[in-house]
Design a protein around this ligand. Structure first.
Ligand SMILES: *Cc1c(COP(=O)(O)O)cnc(C)c1O
Length: 421
């Protein structure tokens, strides 16, 4: 459930007409609903009520300080993949002691900063990283809490670019190597092995890959316990899917109960790293139709050129992501009804937001790209020298600019001509 609804034919974000947001902030603009975000967090948290758990929101899905702040206030922890995300969490008021640090290529300075602020756990993805964290922790006179991110070799049955739990993927440590590495970690003075982690992919719409992965990880935990290595948490990663079109992903309740069943009575704390499921439907991308380019021949394509592009929302180009596109105002004019390709102005054929959508459009119309709150702005770029969009958070009947639209000066910040030319 989300709080983007039509009232008398006009799209609202909570109690604000989205057209009012456009009037004040222009287009393209990301619009988030705080009530939707809170609701999604609570539904997820409530589903886990019977289990000792910690929700660590995956910052890469949406790192806006305003978004992170709402989640921090709700009590969320955070899953980060860079020191930049760590500083975002701290700036937003998140607790570093509730941060887990994932990623295959953590740099020395990133590990040092994470040790300095005392994060909850490093999700270690290689032998080399294990040795590096040990050395840095010893040099700093601290002990680094670690878990190994194991690669359980299960097929998440999602888009290949967002599948991460197969042997051929770069992520994690092969599960059959993990036991030996835990034994190694246990005798290193700079490391405290406290947990185990896996993350098999994103936009998962069935429970079976989760069950397979968690089963394999629990077997590992049991084998380690047999060797005297007692872990206190299992981190099952993120990946629960959302409905973009007609997918029917498991509900948070179904997901939670499947995991709880598998944990049984093991005294393990459950850590989860949801990203998409918390924020995707809490955001839309609002764009204006710049002009129409209808085809003339029977089999021609009809293009609606809008002012948002693949630099604002790359999911359609990158993963064949499908987003619903809806008008801000229903049925007010005699536009042209066609099967439109909604394309941006960027010089790439892959620059489209949607293809073949039956819509009635005229130049100047405003459109909302739904389910854009996850992997939307965080993946935005300045390609074609396009300033990145504004981000606005609605709270009931108020709108708050949580990131100003970039200016042309922002675009060129730090650049200069050669000194001798
Ligand atoms: C991307 C990612 C997540 C979040 O995935 P979602 O599909 O957005 O829930 C969680 N953990 C890790 C390690 C990730 O890389």
């Amino acid at each position: 459930m989300d709080h983007f609804e039509y009232r008398d034919g006009a799209l609202y974000a909570e109690n604000v007409p989205v057209a009012d947001i456009v009037q004040r902030f222009g287009t393209p603009t990301y619009v988030y609903s705080a009530a939707t975000l809170s609701r999604h967090y609570r539904v997820f948290d409530d589903a886990l009520a019977g289990i000792d758990h910690d929700i660590c929101f995956a910052v890469k899905a949406n790192g806006n300080i305003g978004v992170l702040g709402v989640l921090a206030d709700l009590g969320s922890g955070f899953d980060i993949v860079s020191v930049g995300e760590l500083e975002r969490v701290i700036t937003a008021g998140g607790d570093p002691a509730r941060v887990v640090f994932s990623g295959v290529g953590k740099r020395v300075d990133e590990i040092e900063r994470a040790l300095e602020v005392g994060i909850a756990c490093f999700n270690v993805e290689s032998e080399a990283e294990l040795a590096c964290i040990d050395a840095l922790a010893q040099r700093m006179g601290v002990v680094a809490p670690i878990s190994l991110r194991v690669n359980p070799d299960v097929d998440a049955q999602t888009h290949p670019y967002i599948s991460t739990g197969l042997k051929e993927n770069k992520f994690g440590i092969a599960i059959d190597r993990a036991e030996a590495l835990y034994a190694d970690a246990a005798v290193r003075a700079g490391l405290a092995p406290i947990g185990v982690d896996c993350h098999i992919g994103s936009q998962l719409t069935t429970l079976s890959p989760f069950r397979d992965a968690v089963g394999r990880v629990l077997d590992l935990i049991d084998r380690l316990a047999g060797r005297g290595i007692e872990l206190s948490h299992i981190d099952v990663g993120g990946g629960l899917g959302v409905c973009y079109r007609d997918e029917t992903p498991p509900t948070p309740a179904e997901y939670a109960s499947a995991i709880a069943d598998m944990l049984g009575d093991r005294p393990l704390k459950l850590i989860l790293e949801p990203g998409r499921v918390l924020v995707a439907n809490a955001g839309i991308l609002v764009t204006r139709v710049a002009l129409l380019k209808p085809g003339t021949a029977e089999d021609d394509k009809h293009f609606a050129v809008v002012d948002a592009a693949m630099n604002d929302l790359i999911r359609p180009a990158l993963y064949a992501g499908w987003h619903r596109v809806v008008p801000l105002q229903m049925n007010t004019h005699g536009g042209q009804t066609r099967s439109w390709d909604i394309v941006g102005p960027i010089c790439e054929t892959g620059d489209f937001l949607a293809q073949g959508r039956e819509l009635t459009l005229a130049a100047g119309d405003l459109l909302a790209v739904r389910t854009a709150g996850a992997y939307g702005f965080t993946m935005a770029s300045n390609y074609n020298a396009r300033p990145r969009a504004a981000e606005v958070m609605v709270v009931d009947d108020a709108m708050h600019e949580v990131r100003a639209r970039e200016t042309l000066a922002d675009l060129m910040r730090g650049e200069r001509r050669l000194p001798f030319s």
